[in-house]
Design a protein around this ligand. Structure first.
Ligand code: UGY
Ligand code: MN
Length: 249
């Protein structure tokens, strides 16, 4: 069979994007050494946040992000890391995560390679009368999935406290094969998404994309969106959204 060439599933559109792993190209950043860093979603695409993939494949890799620039959420998808947030050091394995306030510096190094980490970054938007949340660590398997709009075959784990001081949310959605988002959502919140496992079909605006573990999706505000899980195993994805802030500046 002739291998496919000159083709990719990646699609970059003005209001949505699908980024398939076959097209990843490594970026460099000051403070990031011996790490395969992929800038998956950034404002250069039209997004209001950044989603980075960090692959630690050798000992000695380190990714340092300074304080007072952005808040961040990191999520470990494979391997294990040492994560330093401000002065606190914590070991995180797959499913471990951290919310990093913009007042704290972040330093990530692998303790078991290969370690794969997803990082969401944004500028924290203060809100009068609310103090900015403090950094904390968590473990996704300790967070119960809740049936989404009553459907026990579509479980939602909410990783960050659902309170107004947070201006972002990061959740994990797990669908049994055949389960769907109940309707085509259209909303002001933006999404960045990583398929963690399984496969399915994502509708973005008026296009339908087969997607599988490793794929990344950007949905601009008001991008109509829908998902159906397909195949033999559950499909799950990690996703970001902006929340809790005024709609007019
Ligand atoms: O939180 C959400 O908006 C979620 N239901 N969207 C999605 O999974 N595409
Ligand atoms: Mn949504």
């Amino acid at each position: 069979m002739i291998p496919l060439f000159g083709q990719t599933r990646t699609r970059i559109k003005p209001r949505h994007a699908l980024i398939a792993p076959d097209g990843h190209v490594i970026s460099t950043l000051p403070g990031v050494e011996k790490v395969r860093l992929t800038a998956l979603i950034t404002p250069a695409m039209g997004a209001g946040f950044a989603q980075l993939g960090l692959a630690f494949e050798e000992a000695g890799g380190v990714a340092r992000f300074p304080a007072h620039l952005h808040e961040a959420v990191i999520y470990v998808t494979a391997g294990a890391i040492q994560c330093k947030v401000g002065k606190t050091v914590e070991s995180l394995e797959a499913g471990g995560f951290a919310y990093v306030s913009e007042n704290d510096a972040l330093e990530i190094a692998p303790s078991k390679t290969p370690a794969l980490v997803t990082l969401f970054q944004k500028k924290y938007v203060p809100s009068p009368g609310l103090s900015a949340p403090a950094s904390f660590f968590g473990l996704s398997k300790k967070i119960m999935g809740q049936p989404f709009l009553g459907n026990p075959k579509a479980l939602l784990q909410v990783l960050l406290p659902d309170i107004p001081s947070f201006d972002l949310a990061v959740n994990i959605f797990t669908y049994q094969p055949g389960a769907t988002l109940p309707f085509v959502e259209t909303h002001v919140m933006e999404h960045g998404l990583l398929m963690l496992s399984g496969q399915g079909v994502y509708r973005l605006e008026d296009e339908w994309y087969p997607v599988a573990a490793g794929d990344v999706i950007w949905m601009a505000p008001f991008c109509p969106q829908w998902f159906v899980a397909m195949g033999d195993e559950p499909a799950s994805y990690l996703y970001y959204k902006d929340v809790n802030r005024p709609l007019l500046s």
